[in-house]
Design a protein around this ligand. Structure first.
Ligand SMILES: NC(=O)c1ccc[n+]([C@@H]2O[C@H](COP(=O)([O-])OP(=O)(O)OC[C@H]3O[C@@H](n4cnc5c(N)ncnc54)[C@H](OP(=O)(O)O)[C@@H]3O)[C@@H](O)[C@H]2O)c1
Length: 325
């Protein structure tokens, strides 16, 4: 295939933010290389995008496997010129660290960190051949604070943040501009949507549609903004997170995650409402860790004011509930 035109490569393009980015770039008449897991309607999406009279090619592959990242990069470098790379594919979840399977941890680390870093490294020579090229890395508002019960997801997004800004500095003047976007909550896949809806009013604070995020993020990317935080509420939340000390914000946010979503909720996060609650009269200070929950039965003490502690209890020689208030 002749390398005549340049393309934008989007990972995780089949749904959510990646799909919205694909439509936004198609409106700008940018040719697309779409990457997602196999059998996820990527070709159907390509057919819809054909209406924009652009070239669209699909690659169905699991990026959490190193060999797939290597072979994808090789195919791309041999056949296409890439002027825009959007590292969007990412996954997360809310679970107790000690209870998760190794595959769960490995999946997040491989996709969010390893695949993104390796793909960028391997495609960089291609990007550098263009007069002007852009890399847009998708982080998350969760990158601005460590969060218990999510642990690896915010840490992986903080990696994306630091790595992107370092790379941006390194590539200054090279014609390749590196930007990083920090979305707040967006109703994308079923799990995230469910979790946001479960939060009611709070879940809607700072909420943007993937389409809005795509429009703003791409506009600011083309303006060469290194750091893209979207909307007033998310900006405010970022400011608060920089201001508040770790001893205060980490328990506060972690407790909110523990309460709301110790199960499937995919990404994010961190609704800014968790921090804004601080200013509400109904604000509850975080539970002191030593009385928060029993390590045996994980019974939550409920109220931070009452000093319940769980104790082993025995009744007439027979083991009863492992703990007792
Ligand atoms: N949604 C939010 O509230 C939110 C907030 C902050 C940041 N973010 C970040 O925004 C990005 C997009 O999130 P989203 O909510 O739009 O996600 P999503 O709807 O779950 O879509 C994720 C995309 O990544 C692809 N993907 C997942 N695992 C993959 C793998 N192993 N190999 C290749 N592709 C894979 C999926 O492909 P398939 O469809 O083929 O599975 C899908 O296209 C992520 O990096 C996420 O962390 C999201």
């Amino acid at each position: 295939m002749k390398k005549e035109t340049s393309f934008a490569l989007i990972t995780g393009a089949s749904q959510g933010l990646g799909r919205a980015m694909a439509f936004e770039l198609a409106k700008r008449k940018t040719n697309l290389l779409l990457v997602a897991l196999p059998n996820e309607n990527l070709h159907q999406l390509a057919a819809q995008l054909a209406d924009f009279q652009i070239l669209v090619h699909c690659f169905e592959t699991d990026l959490s496997l190193r060999e797939n990242v290597l072979s994808l990069s090789q195919t791309i470098n041999q056949n296409y010129q890439v002027s825009i790379l959007i590292n969007n594919a990412g996954r997360g979840g809310s679970k107790r660290f000690e209870e998760v399977e190794l595959d769960y941890l490995d999946g997040i680390l491989q996709l969010n960190i390893v695949a993104t870093t390796l793909l960028t490294h391997l495609l960089l020579p291609n990007l550098r051949q263009q007069n002007q090229a852009w890399i847009l890395n998708v982080s998350s508002m969760a990158a601005f604070s460590p969060i218990g019960f999510k642990t690896v997801y915010p840490a992986s997004k903080a990696f994306i943040r630091h790595w992107s800004l370092g790379l941006r500095e390194e590539l200054k003047g090279s014609g390749v501009s590196v930007c990083v976007v920090y979305p707040g909550p967006m109703k994308t896949n079923q799990d995230v949507t469910q979790r946001i809806e479960n939060q009611g009013f709070k879940g809607n604070i700072g909420l943007l549609t993937p389409e809005d995020v795509a429009v703003i993020a791409l506009r600011q990317m083309f303006q060469n903004r290194g750091t893209i935080v979207l909307g007033f509420t998310n900006k405010m939340s970022r400011f608060l997170m920089a201001l508040l000390p770790n001893w205060f914000k980490i328990p506060l946010i972690s407790r909110a995650v523990e309460k709301k979503s110790i199960e499937p909720a995919h990404c994010l996060a961190l609704s800014p409402s968790h921090l804004l609650t601080f200013f509400s009269p109904a604000f509850n200070p975080p539970t002191p860790p030593q009385t928060r929950s029993c390590p045996e039965c994980r019974h939550c003490c409920g109220c931070w004011r009452r000093r319940y502690t769980c104790r082993p209890a025995r009744t007439s020689g027979r083991s009863r509930s492992p703990c007792q208030r």
